[in-house]
Design a protein around this ligand. Sequence first.
Ligand code: AGP
Length: 614
Amino acid sequence: MIMCGITGYTGVNQAGPILLEGLKRLEYRGYDSAGIAIQSRNEADDMYSIKMLKATGKVSHLVDKFEAEPDFKGVCGIGHTRWATHGIPSDTNAHPHLSADGKFAVVHNGIIENFAEIRSELQKYGIEFKSETDTEVIVQLLAYNYNGNFKKALMKTISRLTGSYAIGVISAEHPGTIFAAKLSSPLLIGVGIGENYFASDITALVSNTKNVIDMDDGEVAEITPDEVKVYDHAGNEIKKEIRQINWDIAAAEKSGYEHFMMKEIMEQPQALKATIEPRIKDEEIVFGEIKDLDMSKFNRVHITACGSAYHAGCVGRGIIEALCRMPVEAEVASELRYRDPIMDGKTLVIVISQSGETADTIAAMKECKEKGATVLAIVNVVGSSIAKLADYCIYTWAGPEIAVATTKGYTTQVAVLAMFAVWAAGQLKTISHGAYASMVIDIMRLPERAQRALDLNSRVKKLADKYYDNQSLFFIGRNMDYAVALEGSLKLKEISYLHSEAYAAGELKHGTIALIEPGRLVVALCCYEKLFDKTVSNIQQVKARGARVLAVAHEGNRSIFQEADDVLLVPQTDPLLAPVIEIIPMQLFAYYVAEKNGCDIDKPKNLAKSVTVE
Ligand code: AGP
């Protein structure tokens, strides 16, 4: 997965402690297991073999195992921190992976999309696989292709792989040599004196060397203690520049951002890509994980979750209802679990959770299962409790989220819900071919549009400077915009501690408008164009009472400038998908308001990332 960490060392010093130190540096990215492999020399016959150590959980568990193995010695090795994607977190699924003949070991970041095809091909030749991972095919194929020439076998192997990878490989027959290769996953080579390194991330290198080579897609590096040779995709040696880095370790862990929240906001285009791309084949949505889910069995859908995941569910309700023409309810799990809800075998329950461990969500899903409902979970953390308890599970593949306030977790949940709605509508035949095709195109363009929404960064910062001292704010919107208002308001209050409320714009006049007074900031979400005029009249009502209005609307909307004090224009997309884009400036706004108010952005007071208690 994009968020795993890899590192490697070859030189004259013991590789074990250096690899473990590198893995500790990569811990900040989030992971669920770790492992190292070294080339170990047998004194008696001067032959080498590969030794491995793996541990589920923290790197410290791996360190304990290492310290208990005094014979784990060698001067060349590779290491990995894994964030599970294919197969649960376990010692068997943890990297490195070994070829069946024990001669090769690999660590890998990324996803091998054609792993199932390669795996069944190799199984026909009698090769046995130990893990559930996509990665194991790399090392098994490498051993199969090996004919005495390490480089040739590796080049042949990677030419078969589709998807993304940054890999490091060692062989028992080539002491001191590491091969590293990359496609659409980050990889750097660290250049030292009499020792060299590789890593997926600068953090694993900075304490050893400041000289790095940036690897490009399709390139392969041959790393020995005294030399680094880089080859192009055809195997020809090429010249690469050595770059000097001057980052300190703290900056490097957050890729130069001050907070994980900002890093994760900025990662959204990449996270959305990881969620969407592997699931669109030949302009069709393909969900391998729910291929036998028969939608005609159900007469209603019930969505349940907590906090932001519930807000994603509110967006999902709108999309599924619009496309599948089926009744959909969305309800917070803490209420649903005690309500004795009416449901049966004809109910599909969708539970949404980034962590997969939220206590209320787990209890609600158990309640629904007992009533005979089928449960489909949308989860980020692979192998988590919710993923395991559900009848079906779709992973968001957003990568680890560390900041308490969810950002990429939320947008990738909405993306999965949108893809699910289109997929289900296709199965139920409630969507025309034209509408299906156009939704798929718009879904595929979400990463690029998210990137353009991020370009509003400096403008949003200025608006936060202008409005940060408002002690009480309102977020208003209608239909999909109301769902975004809920999330925008929660984002602001949880990290800036300002009072903020979200209202369905039409509800204001039934009470809340009494709270509007001169200077009060009202954030108006105006991307749901069908009801734009209605929202404008609500804007006029609050303005007439002295409120200041910050509006978010689609690019090309000119009339909003006559209504609002400040306007943020986001790229236009299908109205059902607009929440993914529209929330981005709201996340940035919450971030900058919290920063201006001196709040602890990544760890807001009284909150935890994963709420495992009731
Ligand atoms: C959002 O920023 C919050 N941290 C919180 O509302 C969160 O979405 C909620 O606790 C649900 O968590 P989950 O997605 O891990 O189940």
